[in-house]
Structures are given as structure tokens and as C-alpha cells.
Design a protein around this ligand. Structure first.
Ligand code: IMP
Ligand code: MG
Length: 180
């Protein structure tokens, strides 16, 4: 897998240091709120496991699995493959995501969880690619790990065709890998 990586963008150490900081920010805002951390599968799993252990107070874990399927329009629709199991009425929800690109999946997830009656919904993403944001997407992120350039990255949960998720760092994939 390593030989397909052009450059290590974020090392394990950089990621761990930033997660410790994010944990302190979340503790300041949620330590007494018993928040529900909703992970968006599958890319988030590695970040999720580290992030919840940086939050040293009671919390509840839940997951959603969504995928975008291409309809006839280029906008792409979102499909809920697996919904959260907790009753979110009156609960404080923090969505954990691996990466925010066009913003479509988070915009959808955010509205979906608000519609379930959550008292509040905030977003925590490990990576943000602001240049990828699509016109008309207004989603705001509350906690961001790293803002990165508009390059395709893999590792630390992120995949290309389901591969590279288990690399322990975030790397830029060599273009020849997806041009093959
Ligand atoms: P959005 O709806 O365009 O914001 O897409 C977010 C989803 O696209 C993420 O949850 C990832 O699954 C995928 N994605 C976007 N950019 C990358 C990338 O650079 N590497 C791997 N997956 C990505
Ligand atoms: Mg994802």
C-alpha cells in the first residue's frame, strides 16, 4: 500500500496531537451534556475510536451509514443504509465525520438528525477540503481537525475503492493509481 502514496500529508503524531486538542474543546462544551456521538460510516471508524477516547466524560455512541447514489441528475441523492438506533429527542448530538468535501453528505446528515428532534446538532470533522464545497451548500463545521488542499487522500479510515483505510496516517494517493 505504501508505494501507492505520493506524500504523507498528516503523520500519526500530528493526528494524535490534534485529536487531543479537539477532545479538550469537546470536553469544554459537552462534559456535562451526555452527548450522542454519531459516526458516519465507514470512513470515520478510525477517527471515531480515537476521538471518543479523547472525550473523558459520559457519552453515547451511535452510527449512520449513508451513501450517495447517482440518479439522473449530477447532484446525486443520499440514501440512508443504516439509521441511528438511539432516540435523539432532546439530546445533544455531535456528528463525527472523516472528511468534508462537497458538503452534500454532511448537509443531509445534519438535517436528518435535526428532524429526529435533537436539542442540538454540531459537526466535528477530521478533514475539511473547502475548495471542494459545492455551490448552494451552506453547512457550517463546528470542530475541524485539519484544513487540507483539494487532493485525494487516503488512510486513517479514508479509502479509494475500499482500499487503504488501515494506513495509520493520511496520505496523498499517486494519481497513476486512479488513472490505471
Ligand atoms: P461530500 O458529501 O462531498 O462532502 O463527501 C464526503 C465523503 O466523500 C466522505 O465521507 C468520503 O467518503 C468521500 N471523500 C471525499 N473526499 C475524499 C478523499 O479525498 N478521500 C477519500 N474519500 C473522500
Ligand atoms: Mg465518509
Amino acid at each position: 500500500m505504501e508505494r501507492d502514496i505520493k506524500k504523507v500529508l498528516l503523520s500519526q503524531e500530528q493526528i494524535q496531537n490534534r485529536i487531543a486538542e479537539l477532545g479538550r474543546e469537546l470536553m469544554a462544551d459537552y462534559a456535562d451534556k451526555n452527548p450522542v456521538f454519531v459516526g458516519v460510516l465507514k470512513g470515520v471508524v478510525v477517527f471515531y475510536a480515537d476521538m471518543i477516547r479523547a472525550f473523558n466524560a459520559p457519552c453515547q455512541l451511535d452510527f449512520m451509514w449513508i451513501s450517495s447514489y447517482k440518479g439522473t441528475q449530477s447532484t446525486g441523492n443520499m440514501l440512508v443504509r443504516q439509521d441511528v438506533s438511539a432516540d435523539l429527542k432532546g439530546r445533544h448530538v455531535v456528528i463525527l465525520e472523516d472528511i468534508l468535501d462537497s458538503g452534500r453528505s454532511l448537509q443531509f446528515t445534519y438535517q436528518h438528525l435535526l428532524d429526529k428532534g435533537a436539542a442540538s446538532v454540531r459537526i466535528c470533522t477530521l478533514l475539511d477540503k473547502p475548495e471542494g464545497r459545492k455551490h448552494g451548500i451552506t453547512i457550517q463545521v463546528d470542530y475541524t481537525g485539519f484544513t487540507i488542499p483539494n487532493e485525494f487522500v487516503v488512510g486513517y479510515g479514508l479509502d479509494y475503492n475500499e482500499k487503504y483505510r488501515n494506513l495509520p496516517y493520511v496520505g496523498i494517493l499517486k494519481p497513476e493509481v486512479y488513472e490505471k
